[in-house]
Ligand binder design. Structure first.
Ligand code: HEM
Length: 498
């Protein structure tokens, strides 16, 4: 009772939610899978803001745009902090901007990443995006069955070129391996049920050789990888700059700007390493997962896909491929792209925040330290905002006269002060890949050995970044002419004339 009075001196109720048990709270109610959909159902049962607790830790889940705007935007001073995850320091992920506590260290890095990826700057990256999008088409033409790895490679290549002027090897690239392995370990250890150390942080201080300390051995491996992925490419850029090779990238620009007559201070070098490394860490998996969803949609919704292809054919014709400059003349393709982002948000529960002060919202108490979750899936599937939200309907982003409306599912990228700084690059890279794939390929269900369609389950992984489970599909060029255009562009890239 005393504990409750100290934690909640106002005596006001917490937001409604499932009834907690003593001590363990809602441990047995907490979803083990499909969390965003279960939280969404709780939203219908309990309200737009839902509360649950586990072992004295409070969680509030925001299920509507209205409450998300009220808390994450209008009260962003109180809701821009991040929850402390005990394993972050141990795994070496503590430089990741998206996990940094709100404060000066975050502010300095945020300012720099915003500068490098703001809308106008991303316009300058268009040639890099288009060059790698053409490479993606060529890869899809050559080995369509490996489409998942081609999409991943496209996104990684764009980000690493922009950030470090680094050309990714198609297979077995050391940087890509490090980043993915480190993200994989972090992804399994950071989730609440990932290891007992999340509930009892004291376990982090026990030696790794003790039984049950597997998480510490994994954390040690992760620490080596996160350290190398932060240091290695910056050293590469420094070597390039020293050798006199022209190096125009985020890192070289930061090195030039931060250097003085004595070179770089340790603090500046830290900022440069953090800002550069977080572009791949924040952008690669999210953007690739969106593209996998786009392919799944092309497979499941042939009518909308054909409509988009009709628009491309009539605007572009068949003598060239679409470019980012054509975007304004193809409203249906843009609406298709926006609906891809809305229909299955790849970050269904965004990235959790923490309340940095006690707060009262509409008569409910939100305690300092509570983890605050933006349920993007619930917002994107709210009937008040989108009619028949489970349907894939690009038209919802069009005006009656067929022009593109001002609506954009921006909530996908979070809200308020911590909104994703990479959203303009994601927008451009995803649009380019979707438009080019639509222009060149017919995507259809793969056939089994008896010539029957292999049916697709609409199933997704349940993690911070949600991917469709692997599915087979047939990716074939729509026409001979389209195939030749892809080969020509790829040839120009190889000859260095693109
Ligand atoms: C489809 C692609 C992407 C999606 C869905 C996405 C989504 C998100 C979300 C939901 C957040 C958390 C926002 C919040 O706390 O409210 C975030 C943060 C972040 N994203 Fe993205 N992102 C994408 C692409 C990118 C790209 C391409 C980059 C890098 C160039 C990037 C870099 C970051 C960084 C650095 C943060 C941390 C920001 C901070 O905490 O201040 N993201 N992103």
């Amino acid at each position: 009772y005393l504990g409750r009075r100290v934690a909640n001196p106002s005596g006001l109720p917490y937001p409604p939610g499932p009834k907690p048990l003593p001590l363990v709270g809602n441990l047995f109610d907490a979803p083990k899978h499909d969390s965003s959909k279960i939280f969404s159902a709780w939203g219908k049962q309990y309200g737009e803001l839902v509360h649950m607790s586990m072992f004295g830790e409070h969680f509030v889940i925001i299920n509507s745009l209205r409450v998300a705007e009220d808390l994450l935007e209008k009260r962003s001073k109180k809701y821009s902090d991040k929850p402390v995850i005990p394993l972050i320091e141990l795994t070496g992920w503590d430089w990741n901007l998206g996990l940094l506590p709100y404060g000066d260290r975050w502010r300095v890095r945020r300012r720099e990443i915003h500068q490098q990826f703001r809308a106008e700057k991303v316009d300058d990256y268009a040639p890099v995006v288009m060059k790698h999008a053409h490479q993606l088409l060529d890869n899809l033409l050559n080995t369509p069955a490996n489409y998942q790895s081609h999409l991943k490679h496209y996104v990684g290549a764009v980000i690493l070129k922009i950030t470090y002027d680094y050309d990714v090897a198609h297979e077995d690239d050391r940087y890509v391996y490090m980043a993915e392995r480190a993200a994989g370990i972090g992804g399994t250890l950071f989730v609440p049920g990932g290891t007992l150390a999340n509930v009892f942080p004291i376990l982090c201080h026990l030696p790794a050789w003790l039984p049950g300390m597997e998480f510490k051995r994994q954390a040690e491996e992760c620490m080596k990888l996160t350290t190398e992925m932060r240091n290695m490419p910056v050293e590469y850029v420094k070597r390039q700059m020293k050798s006199g090779a022209p190096s125009a990238c985020v890192t070289s620009e930061l090195i030039r700007r931060f250097s003085n007559s004595n070179g770089l201070s340790t603090d500046s070098e830290d900022v440069i390493k953090d800002v550069s490394a977080v572009a791949y860490a924040g952008g690669a998996e999210t953007t690739a997962a969106s593209l996998k969803t786009a392919i799944l949609i092309m497979l499941l919704h042939p009518d909308a896909t054909r409509e988009a292809q009709r628009e491309i054919d009539s605007v572009i014709g068949n003598a060239r491929l679409p470019t980012l400059d054509d975007r304004g003349s193809m409203p249906y393709v843009d609406a298709f792209f926006r609906e891809v982002l809305r229909w299955h948000p790849v970050t269904p529960l965004s990235v959790p925040r923490k309340a940095s002060e006690d707060d009262v919202y509409e008569g409910y108490f939100i305690p300092k330290g509570a983890t605050v979750v933006q349920n993007t899936w619930a917002i994107h599937h709210d009937e008040q905002l989108y009619d028949e939200p489970s349907m894939f309907k690009p038209e919802r982003f069009l005006e009656r006269d067929g022009s593109l409306s001002d609506r954009y599912p921006m909530t996908l990228f979070g809200m308020g002060r911590r909104i994703c700084p990479g959203r303009y690059l994601a927008d451009s890279a995803i649009w380019a890949a979707i438009a080019l794939i639509l222009a060149v390929f017919d995507i259809a269900k793969a056939k089994d050995e008896n010539g029957r369609d292999i049916e697709i389950a609409e199933a997704y992984t349940d993690a911070i970044v949600s991917h469709p489970l692997p599915f087979a599909c047939s990716i074939k060029p729509r026409t001979r002419g389209a195939e030749s255009l892809v080969r020509e562009e790829a040839g120009a890239v190889q000859n260095g004339t693109a």
